[in-house]
Design a protein around this ligand. Sequence first.
Ligand SMILES: [Zn+2]
Length: 243
Amino acid sequence: MRTRQENPTPCEIAKPAWPQGKRFAFTIVDGTDRSTVQNVGPGPVYDFLSELGLRTTKTIWPLAPLGPPRTGGQSLDPDYRRWVLELKDQGFEVALHGASDENSTRERVLRGLNYFREVIGQDPRLHANHTGQVESIYWGRRSSTACRRSSTSGPGGSPRARINSTGVAGSPYLWGDLCRDRITYVRNLVFPEINTLKVDPLMPYHDRWRPYVRYWFSSSEGHGPFLLPAHLSSSFAGIWRTG
Ligand SMILES: [Zn+2]
């Protein structure tokens, strides 16, 4: 059996082939933090994306939190669920942001995955860890992989959570096998650079040292109104040159 030191190339790379010979793709993963039907629901943002022909990704929490929420925002309440299903019917992707807006044990994660499947009609293809959740997959220091370090040439991201129980034997929060069996892609780090492939040219990749994630991918940071426009103004020309 080879040790980590003897096996310096843990990455298995799944290079995407863009359809029709396209040179790059653009999409958005819309985190569900603080989202409600009132502030994000049916209205100008998704109407605009739809008019442009963009079918982006919207994450959800299937279950309402049992205790105080971490950030707030709706889970699959009836009105939010109705809107999410409208987006799905239009062709938008619905993805997972953890089972709920709080820490979730394996039992709750399983319940959330099953409810996701019941409502959406299939398992999520994509999962993004939510801030500070104990059950986050390989989060905190565990998210900085040898694959990621070897693939990224730009500014490094900083892990945003210090707690993680992915690898702690006996933890009630272990759900890695469910992630491996039911989810295809997990977001790893985010970067202040709109050309994501420039800083992580290997993505999506499988890291054999972190076997519960089938494929990792990176993102460009765009969670606030001040960040994405800055990327666009400084880097959008670059994406045309290099994309
Ligand atoms: Zn979040």
